[in-house]
Structure formats: C-alpha cells, structure tokens
Design a protein around this ligand. Sequence first.
Ligand SMILES: *Cc1c(COP(=O)(O)O)cnc(C)c1O
Length: 356
Amino acid sequence: MSRFWSQTVRDLTPYVPGEQPKIANLIKLNTNEHPCPPSPRVLAAIRAELGDDGGRLRLYPAPNADLLKAAIARRYAVAPQQVFVGNGSDEVLAHIFMALLKHAAPILFPDITYSFYPVYCGLYGIKHRAVPLAADFSVNPDDYCGPANGGVILANPNAPTGRLLPLAAIERIAAANPDAVVVIDEAYIDFGGESAIPLTARHDNLLVVHTLSKSRSLAGLRVGYAIGHPDLIEALERVKNSFNSYPLDRLALVGAVAAIEDEDYFQAACQQVIASRERLTARLTTLGFAVLPSAANFIFARHPQHDADQLAQALRQRNIIVRHFKQPRIEQFLRITIGSEAECVALADALRDITG
Ligand SMILES: *Cc1c(COP(=O)(O)O)cnc(C)c1O
C-alpha cells in the first residue's frame, strides 16, 4: 500500500497464477502446460521471421493480425470477421468482460470455476452472482436459463474440475438468454470435448474463447482468440484499439499460424495426453482416489483417507508440484496436470508410497 495508489488499485484482488519455480528435476504438474513441445513448424516459422539479423523486429507487427485470423477462420470454417485474437486468452477474456459483460444486471458463473473471472469483475466493477455447482460438480443448465442477467461465462470443460457440459446444454443456455452474451471458455476443449464454435452460426449472442497455451503447447507464446458474431468481435476490436494496437508480436503471429495449420501434429499431441489421462485415472483409482471424470489435460482427485494439503506437501518434498486450492468445497482435492507418461508414472508411484 502506498499513498500513490489509486482507489482502483487499492480495491483490486489480483489473480494468483500457479507458481513457476526454477528447481532442477522438478516434475511440474501445477499449471496445465502440455508435456510435448509445440509443432516443429512453429520453430521453423519463428526462425524464418527472425531471418539472419532479426531486422524485421525493427518493424511493428500487423496491427490486425490478418494472416492469423485467416488461418483460424479456415481451421474452424468461419469468416475472418468472426475472429478476434489477443495476447493470451486471458487478455481476450479481459476485453470480453469490459466490452460485453459490463451491464446493470449481474453476470452469472459457477461458484467453482476459473478464478480469473471474479478478478475481471473486480477490475471493471462488474456485478456477478456465483451459481453453486451441483454436488457432483456438474453445471445445471437450468440455473442459467432463469430471469434476465448481464451475461453468462462458463469454462467448458470447467476448471479446475475437468467436467464437460454437453453441447445441447450450451445451446439451451444461449437460446434462453437472447439479450445477453454467453461466453464459453474452451481452454481445454481439445482434450475430449466438442467445440461450441459451430453454434455461433445460429446464436448471435454466443462467443467461444480458445487458447494456444494448453492443447497447442504454446503457453510461453501468449496467443488466444475468440469466435462469434461479427458484432461481438467488433466490440472487442474497439476495446483492443483503445488499449494496445499491437498485442501480438511478430514471433507470436507467425508461430501461431504454424501451430494452427499443423493439424496432424496437434491431433497426435492431444491423443497422447488423453491416453495418459486415462491410464493415470485408472491407476489413482486403484490407489483409492476418487477422480472426477475429466475431458481436460488435468484431473481433479481426492483421497478419502488423506488430507489434500498434506498430500501436496508430501509430493513437493519429492519434487512434484500439483495445484491445491484452499477454497470451500474443493479443499480436499488436488488438481494434477497430465504430464509426460514418465511424469505420470512418477506421480502415481509417489502417491502410492505416500498413501500406502
Ligand atoms: C489457462 C486458462 C486460460 C488462460 O490461457 P492463456 O491463453 O494462457 O491466457 C483461460 N481460461 C481457462 C479456463 C484456463 O484454464
């Protein structure tokens, strides 16, 4: 606290990201990064952009990211005017809250979901109502189809539970809220869900958000995008061009295009994570853990006889980091990112020793 701080800054409760420790031989299963490197075409594209002397870095990048928008539009069979891109999907989400979710009525999202949503509400002064998930941590679509609200945002699959909401439920929520924007944050959709992007053709209030951080192995490049009706995209462009005209740098732009275009590599890398997830789920179940059904690149698990905080500390002593949220309803769960097969085996071996 300082006398120089504005009242806005005094009132903020910032998001706390998972830690990024610099410890050798660490098994890092706490922030849902992909165990595989990105497509080799990403590296080739970045090297080509750098050239021999990096001289192109003198020049500003394309302000409207036209080539990237075109690549995303081709991949999802939409028009380029239906695509917005930003510096990570966190930035895309920030612009969405500002541009489309700040109204008189409160917006709705689950009590247990991505913890950045209430942070954006605090930053922009947006009223919200946290809707409790069911006892099994599923979303009940009826909870979002009631009286008019300022908007709805759902992570699907949800974080940190990993549970998937079927497309039919999303369509029902979009249809029940014709005068409010329904945002579906699909950060983890490529690990077993079906995207709601095709529904945006029928619902002009539906906006779908993706990131290259998880399924495209590019958390360090910072690229995310949103797909929806051109009027929604125009609102986001207005905010972006009132904030930062060049949110994506030259290397991010060419790397992202290469990642989007390498479909075979992407599919194989996702399948590897899905296969590891199923093996790890089976193994932890035999160790006595209750594991929620996951369609993401992480699992959410608890052990009926062992305290989650103590499990997390015991793992840390073995150089394995997982995420534990000290939050009501979920303080007995661990969120475990699906790492490489060797990392999953090391984690399960450690949990066998700790709980055995
Ligand atoms: C990881 C994550 C994001 C943020 O992704 P970035 O593109 O890296 O900013 C957004 N939403 C959810 C639910 C996430 O888990």
